[in-house]
Design a protein around this ligand. Structure first.
Ligand code: PLP
Length: 397
């Protein structure tokens, strides 16, 4: 009998969603007919854009008229060119440096394969769980440094003193809703240069940035092309969570070592994708392409502004109740500091029992998330207003 990958036993954290689902079902049967406000999930709350539907439909028609089979594993040139032009304009990113994927999750989980399994890894605490768990599955448990994000540092990681080979950063951040400034990202790039480190930036929520002073991409920072990979997604910005399309930028200037030799990571990832990935479906890539059409851009920007309107409303509601809240200004997440005396699971139970609200306990994102709950703004304004009503006579303490 073969031995299993022992690293599975390093995944100690209970995945929060099944537990929440169970508690939700229990509450639904107890309070039949009452609306439970679910601010837990970060999934689309608005329907797919009709223009995207038409683009996908047209691509399907095309497939009925001529044979269109496997997509190139790195993605069709039309989509790579559009991404380079619209998302990396003036950042010197070429279409060949972009790889199309079936979502950011797949790539952030797999990028570790580029590196030796003895490298050191940095992950923030709290974190979007995939960076940590995918590296744990590669057996990296003893070589992972957690970078605390605490109130004292504005819920952002401090640059480590020691050398860490690969560091995952999420900007704008899920779960904390915070963003890095130009200067902070520049400090990370400088760190990576001094220590020969690689940064992996997850920019899945890039489209939600409202403040023009916040960088949209790491490649706006001079020198980032020598030290950074950036992963992006059509999921949240274009309503593609159920369609699946993302991209990863691996500049040709990015290297890692093999003995004394410098190895081109772009070429390695191409080899990896050619080996393991048979590409994203043609209609989905056509749908993703359509999101760059000026008319569709307008529609999608309205959707984003709708979610950000919900974020602002939820935040103002909490602030009016004298609560401490992070995020929501440039990201569709609120990280709510819960009143003292509660654990985040304890406060989750209180919210659900007393005002029928679901939030994600911060401890589900790491130890330093304890003391917080995360609210997602992927909801409706009606739900946000109901939240306000329910909070009116409610005592959070
Ligand atoms: N990265 C972050 C930070 C996310 O929050 C999510 C989804 O919630 C993803 C990546 C996954 O994106 P995709 O749907 O493109 O796989």
């Amino acid at each position: 009998m073969p031995k299993v990958n022992q690293a599975f036993f390093d995944l100690k954290r209970n995945y929060v969603f099944p537990i929440i689902e169970e508690k939700l079902l229990e509450m639904q049967s107890k309070f039949q007919g009452e609306t439970i406000l679910n601010f837990g999930v970060a999934d689309v709350a608005l329907p797919l854009s009709n223009s995207v539907k038409i683009a996908i439909h047209d691509a399907l028609e095309e497939m009925c008229n001529r044979p269109i089979g496997y997509a190139p594993s790195r993605g069709y040139p039309f989509l790579r060119e559009a991404i380079a032009k619209h998302l990396f304009n003036e950042m010197d990113i070429a279409p060949e440096e972009i790889f199309i994927s079936d979502g950011a999750n797949t790539d952030v989980a797999n990028l570790g394969e580029l590196f030796d399994d003895k490298i050191t890894v940095g992950v923030t605490d709290p974190t979007y769980p995939v960076y940590l768990d995918s590296m744990l599955l590669r057996g990296a448990k003893k070589r992972i440094t957690l970078l605390p994000c605490e109130e004292s540092n504005g819920l952002k990681p401090t640059i480590p003193k020691e050398k860490i080979d690969l560091i995952f950063l999420c900007h704008p951040n899920n779960p904390t809703g915070t963003c890095f400034t130009f200067e902070e990202l520049k400090n990370w790039v400088d760190y990576a240069k001094v220590h020969d480190a690689i940064l992996c930036i997850d920019s899945a929520y890039r489209a939600f940035i409202q403040d023009p002073n916040i960088p949209e991409s790491i490649y706006q920072i001079p020198g980032a092309k020598e030290v950074a990979i950036e992963v992006g997604s059509f999921s949240k910005s274009c309503g593609f969570t159920g369609l699946r399309c993302g991209y990863t930028v691996i500049p040709k200037t990015l290297t890692a070592k093999s003995g004394k030799k410098k190895i081109d990571l772009h070429a390695l990832w191409l080899k990896r994708q050619n080996t393991k990935f048979n590409g994203v479906a043609y209609p989905i890539q056509k749908g993703a392409l359509s999101t760059f059409d000026p008319q569709v851009q307008k529609e999608l920007k309205n959707q984003i502004q709708y979610y950000m309107g919900c974020a602002k409303f939820l935040k103002e509601t909490l602030l009016s109740k004298n609560q401490t809240v992070f995020g929501a200004d440039n990201a569709p997440f609120l990280f709510w500091k819960i009143p003292s005396g509660f654990t985040s699971w304890g406060f989750f139970d209180k919210l659900l029992a007393e005002i029928k609200v679901i939030a994600i306990p911060g401890s589900g994102f790491g130890e330093k998330g304890e003391g917080f709950v995360r609210l997602s703004a992927f909801t409706s304004m009606e739900n946000a207003e109901l939240f306000k009503q329910r909070l009116e006579d409610w005592n959070p303490s």
